[in-house]
Design a protein around this ligand. Structure first.
Ligand code: MF3
Ligand code: CO
Ligand code: CO
Length: 272
């Protein structure tokens, strides 16, 4: 375990402002980590199950059923269900849906679609949150590249992540890479602290200035979940359900999400 108070004192002496230092409640205990890993074990298996079964002609309602049943069968609780009124057990976001797509019978996967499936599992009151992209049938070369670039941007951010990194380095790395590939990064939605609750501080920006933002202490658990757009980065909220976010210009969007544990000697991807 880190000596939290000593580290805070050290960084304050170095001139880092309190706003850029974690609060003690952001540091997970060993017991927290054990429970988060149990949740992640189920979450990973649920996403593997989706990967095995997803196919052309399947409705997003059927994906919801797979996620819900597998999660319960393994002893977890699907966190999205009834979360702030969300009506389903998983988010399914197709093509120009950026995130928070709501599974339904009417949304049928077609040849060439891309879909994000975002699962969060609760075990022993602890949370693990991850999402993956799935490509349905024959996806165009350019949309294959969109999905790949989104994943690479996340992997690059994780590769550069170290204990005591600055938070905004994550977004700096992501946006720089994504722009270099001719795509854009959504700004309005970010990653987050996770583990003892679904969404905790800090907000994890997917853009920003290198060397700024919170100092990431060992014991913190966060998600990184960049949403990468084919066209403009701008998005809008579907007023009919107050959940689903779409790209403004109708271009397609891809997202991957990991739950990541910052440790004293490196970082560990817990849920993927
Ligand atoms: N899983 C999403 C995230 O990555 C949050 C979904 S909230 C829900 O943070 F209610 F839509 F499930
Ligand atoms: Co998620
Ligand atoms: Co998340």
């Amino acid at each position: 375990m880190i000596d939290f108070d000593a580290l805070i004192a050290k960084y304050q002496k170095l001139g880092v402002s309190k706003n850029d230092l974690p609060t003690k409640d952001m540091i997970k205990t060993e017991d927290d980590i054990i429970a988060i890993k149990k949740a992640a074990f189920i979450n990973n298996a649920v996403l593997d199950e989706v990967a095995k079964k997803i196919k052309v002609g399947m409705s997003t309602e059927e994906i919801n059923t797979i996620v819900h049943n597998k999660t319960i069968e393994m002893g977890g609780i699907p966190a999205p269900l009834n979360y702030e009124g969300f009506p389903k057990s998983v988010c399914t976001s197709i093509n120009d849906m950026v995130c928070h797509g709501i599974p339904c019978k009417a949304d049928i996967l077609k040849d060439g679609d891309i879909i994000n499936v975002d699962c969060t599992t609760i075990v022993d009151n602890h949370y693990a949150d991850a999402s993956r992209m799935f490509m349905i049938g024959n996806v165009s070369k350019e949309m294959q590249r969109l999905v790949k670039v989104a994943k690479e941007s996340l992997d690059l951010a994780v590769k550069n992540l170290k204990p005591f990194s600055r938070l905004r380095d994550i977004g700096y790395t992501i946006e720089k890479y994504v722009k270099s590939q001719g795509f854009s990064v959504v700004h309005e939605i970010g990653g987050h602290g996770v583990g003892n609750d679904f969404h905790e501080d800090p907000f994890v920006f997917h853009y920003g200035k290198k060397g700024t933002g919170m100092v990431l202490f060992p014991g913190m658990v966060i998600t990184i979940e960049p949403m990468v757009n084919e066209g403009s980065r701008h998005v809008f909220l579907d007023a009919s359900n107050n959940w689903t976010i779409y790209t403004d210009d109708g271009g397609w969007s891809a997202q991957w999400e990991y739950t990541i544990w910052i440790k004293e000697d490196g970082v560990e991807i817990i849920a993927y």
